[in-house]
Design a protein around this ligand. Structure first.
Ligand code: M6R
Length: 608
């Protein structure tokens, strides 16, 4: 949450670079944005509109400078108002931007107020800015280090001061931050994408790192106790792509990403020649030989990917599997089992709760860790012994789509790998599954071709305030994911139930006003599902059913049926979810919502 960019140069006005960076980081939060520069004094422009409007404001106010910092905000402390927008100033001396949460800011705020500081925002960030000023005795690096020794919480920060205006100090604890090494200029950002085209040389700071950037040099220090010791960090060549943020012919990133799924799944499978532990890392064979259960940990859509794969792990690989919501797992007393494979799933690899849950599992003595992630350089990948990198490409839309289907692809590969090790997969079965997997991109393309039929339904959804989603077995998590998609971008209250659970309470909600979306594959539970649909019909509920073509289901007065192109057996969840993504997308469009930037949300959730 929140995106930060900083730059110091001796050769150019860096404001256009900062604005460009903010545009690319807007996915991280868009409640407000701002830029501050040194231009014979601390100058800034802040806005509660989008970066495009801030850009106009900047032109109007002639903001220029060779050193500056910029921020796009997902509000935690204080409403989205200009006074709460970053950069925050401490008087006319310090400018600071922050991604994260300072947990003990109230006590520091009170202490500074007692010294006469008058705050102009409700943020924890302004407190940190004044704390740095309070610690400043001529050396900005030292002031930041001393201030950080006082705070608890998570941060990625960038700071500059009037006494030494070509120097930027950055620090990281729990929030992502990279340094970009340029020629005669240095940069920092929450994500390499912000700096695409400016440099290919990046340093991924680690938790506890503080760095000092000057146009020609940088120095990094790591936090050891209360001291900061010089440290070398590897400079990696990373080609950050900004073309991923181009929309091309699409209206929204979410639409683009839904339609990219055939390519994303094909790319994810590309590197896999055969089912072997090696696809998860060098130590995988050894680690997989020592496990007899799986613990999956994730949040949001990634959690639903985990839930889906539990059905595969238990049915195909014969391994018991537990699935935990990261924010719950990290705080509850659980019973650790060192023979557990701990699998974290995350699109970003930076989700604070999942990362903390992974560390928690390790602290409990479960060190057989594997992360399925879309960002190879993320903290979660670095923290895990094994990993599988999905190749969805950058996902910008806040509503996750292609990340989910590529996660499922990866988790199916893990299922086959463990099934093979357990002697539960014959050569013939392996070949069949692989053929099926390689056909998924084509099958998803056929599902995407259903879009006009789905659009035909959405006008009936657009004026509703509630919707129910039903599924059974492995399609229950798919119903959950469909409900999440609908609620997060259309703001329609949507709940998902395993269809058999309907009669235990939720059936009381059903009348002619509530659409009941049903995921109806032709599997061993289909007859049971049909009975559940009858229960809805008998209460005059309006059913919207995505049915496999071989179910024989067809539309009638209160049942609307869209037939899926083919029954896809074990991999059916990957196809069925695509219809629900399209349903949510087109419903949100009709309701006039900002599909890519739904209210109150952000793409990367780096606070707990
Ligand atoms: O980056 P992650 O996969 O760890 O993110 C987890 C959730 O924040 C994310 O899936 C969220 O639920 C999406 N907005 C859902 O569309």
């Amino acid at each position: 949450m929140c995106g930060i960019v900083a730059a110091t140069s001796r050769k150019r006005d860096i404001v256009p670079l900062l604005v460009q960076g903010l545009k690319r980081l807007e996915y991280r939060g868009y409640d407000s944005c701002g830029v501050a520069v040194w231009d014979n004094g601390l100058k800034r422009a802040r806005s509660v509109a989008r970066v495009a409007e801030l850009e106009e404001q900047i032109k109007h106010e002639h903001l220029h400078g060779e050193m500056g910092i910029a921020h796009t905000r997902w509000a935690t402390h204080g409403e989205p108002l200009v006074c709460n927008a970053h950069p925050h100033f401490a008087g006319d001396e310090i400018a600071l931007i922050h991604n994260g949460i300072i947990e003990n800011y109230e006590e520091i705020r009170a202490e500074l107020q007692a010294k006469g500081v008058v705050f102009s925002s409700q943020t924890d960030t302004e407190v940190l800015a004044y704390l740095v000023r309070d610690c400043f005795h001529g050396d900005l690096l030292k002031a930041v280090e001393d201030a950080l020794n006082r705070v608890r919480g998570a941060y990625g920060i960038a700071v500059f001061c009037k006494q030494d205006p070509s120097r930027v100090v950055v620090a990281r604890q729990g929030s992502p931050l990279v340094i970009g090494v340029g020629e005669g200029e240095m940069f920092a950002a929450s994500d390499t994408m912000a700096l695409a085209g400016e440099t290919d040389n990046f340093i991924y700071l680690e938790d506890g790192d503080v760095a000092e950037l000057l146009p020609e040099s940088y120095k990094i220090f790591k936090h050891v106790g209360t001291e900061f010791e010089p440290v070398e960090r590897e400079v990696r060549q990373v080609q950050a792509f900004s073309n991923a943020v181009e929309l091309g012919p699409y209206r929204h990133y979410m639409q683009k990403e839904i339609f990219e799924q055939p390519r994303a799944i094909a790319d994810t499978l590309e590197a896999v020649r055969e089912i072997t532990p090696a696809i998860f890392g060098d130590q995988a064979a050894e680690i997989f030989a020592e496990i007899d259960r799986i613990l999956m940990i994730a949040c949001g859509t990634s959690y639903y990917a985990a839930m889906t794969s539990k059905y595969w792990f238990e049915a195909i690989a014969g391994i018991p599997c537990d699935v935990e919501i990261a924010s719950e797992y990290r705080y509850r007393k659980s019973v650790p089992n060192p023979r557990t494979l701990v699998v974290t799933i995350s699109q970003s690899g930076e989700t604070a709760d999942t990362l903390a849950a992974l560390k928690h599992a390790r602290e409990l003595g479960m060190d057989k860790t594997l992360t399925v992630c879309n960002v190879a350089t993320s903290a979660m990948v670095r923290e895990s012994r094994l990993h599988f990198i999905t190749r969805a490409g950058v996902e910008i839309g806040v509503a996750s789509t292609k990340a989910f289907t590529t996660q499922l692809t990866a988790l199916f590969l893990l299922t086959l790998t463990l099934a093979k090790i357990n002697g539960r997969l014959t050569e013939e079965e392996e070949a069949q599954y692989m053929t099926q997997l390689r056909h998924v991109p084509k099958a998803v393309s056929s599902v995407l071709a259903l879009e006009p039929l789905i659009i035909g339904w959405t006008s009936r959804f657009a004026d509703k305030e509630h919707a129910l989603f039903l599924g059974r077995g492995i399609h229950y998590p798919i119903a959950l994911e469909g409900a999440l998609k609908l609620k997060e971008i259309s703001y329609i209250h949507a709940e998902a139930y395993p269809a058999g659970e309907l009669k235990h309470g939720p059936l009381a909600l059903v009348d002619e006003s509530i659409p009941v979306v049903t995921v109806a594959p032709n599997d061993q539970l289909f007859e049971k599902l049909k009975s559940n649909m009858k229960e809805v019909e008998a209460r005059r509920g309006e059913l919207y059913v995505f049915a496999d073509s071989d179910t024989g289901l067809s539309s009638s007065e209160h049942i609307h049926v869209i037939r899926m192109p083919e029954n896809y057996g074990a991999l059916s969840p990957i196809l069925h979810v695509v219809t629900l993504q399209l349903l949510a997308y087109h419903t949100a469009l009709i309701r006039g919502n900002d599909v890519d930037k739904p209210r109150n949300l952000a793409k990367s959730v780096t606070v707990e």
